[in-house]
Design a protein around this ligand. Structure first.
Ligand code: CP3
Length: 370
């Protein structure tokens, strides 16, 4: 599916004394190693912007599709074939571990996850069923099929972080202010901590299942963490997100950690244990690199709405993100949040080509930091 690795590339050792030219650019960028060109993928690349996705999904509910290994495989591959992105992301959803464990959740089209009985008390927390790893056999089948089909292209596994999952469980569905969630966090600190502990355990189980079946990297989505102050995030959320990442043990895969509106939290998001901090469009990548420090790479951060503008604007903004990304230890090009459903897929393909063109190094690898 991609060109054979270029033997002329000199790839530094990743483990003492063993240079490995087989390591994909995504993994190298995540580790701050030289890349042949900046890797690109898009959050929500598999989904409603693609007509072939809408055709395949017709008549199948979102959660049913996520539990059908053949559908998961095909939907995950669609954007890789069409756009030539440098990574696939497993077609699934952050609420899937809860659904598989037996929590009554539906994903309503155009709305998002809706929880039948929201969590509002300690008793509700204790009643949440645990996720038995054996119930993830379908997911591991999908991952194995994908790894076989993808060849050298890495598959990113993912999970929802405890805070973001807690917002759905407590609110009962999507919300803007997350007021009930915060009220529960302040009023019931012990129940809160117990809830996030449980969510961390199931997120870690979900990630391990994907990595053990062959995923090459993982992303922890804490999409809504940006609604918290740095102090509350540090004290009441970060330890639980760290527990998810620590739950991967010594599995040697890069960890990407992302949230929206997290400008003030960027150093903490890194501290929770990420190799790569995902950044939305609000903070330019050179400034994000200063906030995160030299020990981590960055992912992001084109505003998804830019893709709805004219070609000149798209090109200018892509160039800006690429240039600002050079300040980071390593840069994985992405959007600042998911692809909007109304995006023209041809524009996504164009962005992949442009990023590759702007960052290709025919004479050999570059070090993004200079
Ligand atoms: C918060 C969150 C959710 N799910 C996810 C997050 C974190 C990322 C983010 O912040 O966007 C993660 C997610 N959800 C989905 C993926 C698949 C992989 C990918 O292409 O990125 C991933 C990584 C598929 C999906 N998840 C969902 C869809 C759309 C459902 C459909 O096609 O009918 C897809 C493709 C549904 C969903 N699920 C959720 C929402 C808010 C929605 C959108 C509701 C809507 O607009 O319809 C919860």
């Amino acid at each position: 599916m991609t060109a054979a690795p270029d033997p002329a590339r000199s790839v530094p050792p990743t483990t003492a004394g063993t240079p490995d030219p087989e390591i994909p650019d995504l993994v190298r960028a995540a580790r701050g190693l030289p890349v042949s060109r900046t890797p690109v993928w898009f959050m929500r690349q598999a989904g409603r912007s693609l007509p072939e996705y809408r055709a395949l999904r017709a008549g199948t509910g979102m959660l049913a599709a996520c539990q059908d290994p053949d559908l998961v495989t095909e939907i995950t591959l669609q954007p890789v074939r069409r756009h030539g992105v440098d990574a696939a992301i497993l077609f699934s959803d952050i609420v899937l571990p809860l659904v598989v464990a037996g929590v009554d959740i539906d994903i309503k089209a155009g709305v998002g996850p809706v929880v039948a009985s929201p969590v509002r008390s300690v008793a509700d927390v204790d009643a949440l069923p645990p996720l038995e790893p054996e119930r993830l056999a379908f997911l591991q089948t999908a991952v194995r099929q994908l790894v076989a089909e993808l060849g050298p292209i890495p598959l990113i596994g993912f999970a929802g972080a405890p805070f973001t999952l807690a917002t759905y469980l407590i609110e009962g569905g999507p919300s803007k202010e997350h007021a009930r969630t915060k009220a529960f966090m302040y009023a019931e600190p012990e129940a809160w901590s117990r809830l996030l502990d449980r969510l961390a355990v199931s997120a870690a189980t979900f990630l391990r299942a994907q990595v053990d079946a062959g995923a090459s990297a993982v992303q922890l989505f804490d999409s809504w963490a940006g609604v918290l102050s740095a102090v509350d995030y540090a004290e009441r959320v970060l330890p639980h997100s760290r527990a998810v990442i620590d739950g991967l043990g010594d599995r040697d895969v890069p960890r990407i950690h992302f949230g929206v509106g997290t400008g003030e939290l960027l150093p903490l998001i890194g501290d929770a244990g990420a190799d790569v901090v995902g950044v939305d469009w609000r903070v330019p990548l050179d400034e994000a690199a200063r906030r995160v420090g030299p020990a981590r790479s960055l992912q992001g951060n084109l505003d998804p709405a830019v893709l709805l503008a004219d070609r000149g604007t798209v090109d200018r903004e892509v160039r800006r993100v690429v240039e600002q990304g050079r300040a980071a230890r390593g840069h994985i090009f992405n959007l600042g949040h998911g692809v909007l459903p109304e995006t023209d897929p041809d524009v996504l393909t164009h962005v992949v080509e442009l990023v590759h063109e702007l960052t290709a190094t025919p004479a050999g690898p570059t070090t993004p930091a200079g």
